[in-house]
Design a protein around this ligand. Structure first.
Ligand SMILES: NC(=O)c1ccc[n+]([C@@H]2O[C@H](COP(=O)([O-])OP(=O)(O)OC[C@H]3O[C@@H](n4cnc5c(N)ncnc54)[C@H](O)[C@@H]3O)[C@@H](O)[C@H]2O)c1
Length: 330
């Protein structure tokens, strides 16, 4: 499917998101699963079994890369391990699909980018929002201009963040780099920037730390000014209640509402109507096609390291705005 040039991919980390990377391997003939590594070998084996897949399993990613010599790696590790793993993989000449958020802070992003440059490998960060079907359809509509000028965006993400099933590293600042803003807010920021075709230039934020675990923030209320003149709010709440993941775009001549994984609606006259979504290609297939295009055809990366570092800079500015109580430029 899509291209006949093959890429041998090894997975580092076999946790919650790794299954989506395996799905891309299954769906793309051009992607070959070379090996998988997790410090918990049983987890890696169970994940392979759940996908009816077989590949060598390692518990040490350095040993895996030195023995298997993959062309590329998917780094699906806790955030505090992104930098160390990415620099090692770059030194070994592996192209990288590094999961979002890129690293704990901008300084770490710079170190990763420096290594990728030095060793001449492609570095793509797994910002998935642009590959979700309802987001892609929404972007087509926004770019057509039929709804007029974008005025504002309201994004609401409510979840139970402090669950026992969430891996414990997510609750600690030094391991995750932050809480709901770092982990889920980075998706909201990416979604808004990509759909509005704009960048966050200024923000004000208020956080709370009422979670029963760890030391991370459990909510974030963000006001964002975009480079195209529109403004956005992001409401992130991790204390339970009713789950929501909705983004509403208000234009001069209508509105768009994305209910993530549930659909897209458009209003031209005060009433929302559903928009059919025809293309349900798995987001990770599209994400890997971008990486493959960059490696094989020298196409520009859809999600550059510079962009991903900017998302981290915005998240860090959110934390600084909360600490200082001030509106800040990014
Ligand atoms: N793109 C998305 O929509 C999306 C969704 C979920 C998670 N993520 C991101 O993916 C990354 C992983 O998140 P997750 O939810 O899968 O976490 P997870 O904790 O479920 O998985 C991490 C895995 O890494 C393994 N591990 C830890 N240290 C290791 C080491 N040194 N060597 C090998 N394996 C090691 C753990 O045993 C675990 O299985 C994070 O960056 C997260 O933010 C992205």
């Amino acid at each position: 499917m899509y291209t006949n040039k093959k890429l041998r991919l090894a997975l580092i980390g076999a946790g919650a998101i790794a299954g989506s990377h395996l799905t891309a391997i299954q769906e793309l003939d051009s992607l070959i699963g070379a090996a998988i590594c997790d410090t918990n070998a049983d987890r890696a084996k169970a994940l392979l079994a759940s996908h009816s897949m077989d590949m060598p399993v390692y518990t040490d990613y350095k040993e895996m890369i030195r023995s298997v010599r993959p062309d590329a790696v998917a780094i699906n590790l806790p955030h505090f391990l992104h930098k160390e793993a990415a620099i090692f993989c770059a030194e070994q000449g592996c192209h990288m699909m590094l999961e979002k958020p890129m690293a704990l802070n901008v300084e770490e992003c710079n170190e990763i980018m420096g290594a990728a440059d030095r060793y001449g490998v492609r570095l793509m960060i797994g910002h998935t929002q642009r590959y979700l079907p309802e987001n892609r359809k929404a972007r087509d509509i926004i770019q057509s201009g039929e709804l007029g000028k974008l005025v504002m965006v309201n994004d609401v993400r409510l979840v139970s963040y402090f669950t026992d099933t969430r891996p414990q590293w997510f609750f600690h600042q030094h391991l995750a780099g932050g809480g709901i803003v770092m982990n889920l807010g980075s998706h909201s920021i990416d979604k808004i920037q990509w759909l509005a075709d704009s960048r966050v230039v200024k923000l004000k934020a208020a956080l709370t730390h009422f979670g029963l675990k760890g030391d991370i923030e459990g909510s974030g209320h963000l006001w964002l000014a975009l480079s195209n003149g529109a403004t956005a709010t992001v409401s992130l709440g991790g204390y339970g209640g009713v789950n929501r993941n909705d983004t509403e775009f208000v234009f001069t001549q209508g509105m768009l509402r994305i209910e993530q994984n549930r659909g897209l609606s458009i209003s031209r006259n005060g009433v929302y109507e559903p928009v059919p979504i025809e293309d349900g290609t798995h987001p990770f297939v599209l994400q890997y096609l971008d990486l493959l295009g960059s490696i094989h055809e020298d196409a520009p990366l859809a999600v550059t390291a510079e962009y991903s570092r900017d998302v981290i800079r915005i998240v860090q500015t959110v934390y600084e705005s909360h600490r200082s109580g001030r509106e800040l430029e990014v």
